[in-house]
Design a binder for this molecule. Structure first.
Ligand code: SF4
Length: 256
């Protein structure tokens, strides 16, 4: 990408290159975004380190054998998500939000769960947060269409509350299969909930983003950065996100 074009994207992100610096303090986290990939036992058995919150009513769920998901191709997988009733979120969503982008992408972006815009449109990372994500990707020379973008949960939690343990456990096989099908060279988790769940780490996002990780059970490098919805509320952290994106670009080049 030429310098002028990058500067344009950075201006749209409200970032000047001279602003880039390392973080000084932990941010307040935003509320709430082949062979089967094997995620840690603790993810399968006890879910993420998220705050349990009870639903106002008991909603029937319909378990689907994970073996069917583990071998699904793209059309079968998307149809399964669209019709999914594996957790109670099926009753409150407008529609399931599967994922979007290149199925041969080198980079996979994983957020937490759909928000209101995504629930309405059926596509992850739309609205203002999606626009900012697009700008972050464009700043490192990656159009949205060249990346695969999805969320850990495919249905919106009511009022954007944090995902519950049972919901994460029910939905994780879909993400595992998406990762197995895309076979990304690199994964970036946006936001603490997705990062801490996939990495089984309790540290703050400020700490997690300083390390290069590996998706447990795989050899896929994984980096962490801020959720664009958080950056919209805390624009002073955009410079840190830009630093993360530059490290991500270096990692992608190194894995070529
Ligand atoms: S969140 Fe996942 S497991 Fe729950 S209903 Fe939606 S697609 Fe199914």
């Amino acid at each position: 990408m030429d310098q002028a074009r990058q500067e344009l994207y950075l201006r749209e992100m409200e970032i000047s290159s001279w602003q880039v610096r390392m973080p000084a303090a932990d941010p307040v986290e935003p509320p709430s975004a082949a062979a089967p990939v094997v995620l840690p036992e603790a993810v399968k058995d006890s879910g993420a380190k998220t705050k349990a919150q009870s639903l106002p009513e008991v909603v029937p769920v319909e378990p689907q054998p994970t073996a069917d998901i583990d071998t699904a191709d793209w059309p079968v997988l998307e149809a399964a998500v669209t019709a999914c009733k594996r957790c109670a979120l099926h009753s409150s969503r407008s529609r399931a939000v599967f994922g979007v982008g290149s199925q041969q992408a080198e980079l996979m972006v994983i957020g937490e769960a759909p928000g209101a815009d995504e629930d309405a449109q059926g596509e992850p990372f739309v609205g203002r947060a999606g626009q900012l994500l697009n700008e972050m990707l464009s700043a490192i020379g990656l159009p949205r269409q060249q990346v695969y973008i999805t969320n850990m949960l495919k249905s919106r939690p009511p009022n954007n509350r944090n995902p519950q343990e049972a919901e994460i456990k029910a939905c994780m096989p879909y993400l595992q299969r998406q990762i197995a099908l895309v076979k990304p060279k690199v994964i970036i988790c946006v936001g603490r909930v997705a990062a801490s769940t996939l990495l089984e780490r309790d540290e703050s996002l400020s700490q997690l983003r300083l390390e290069q990780h590996q998706l447990p059970g795989t050899s896929i490098p994984l980096r962490v950065t801020y959720h664009p919805a958080y950056l919209l509320r805390s624009p002073s952290d955009k410079a840190k996100a830009w630093a993360d994106m530059k490290l991500l670009r270096q990692l992608l080049v190194a894995t070529d």
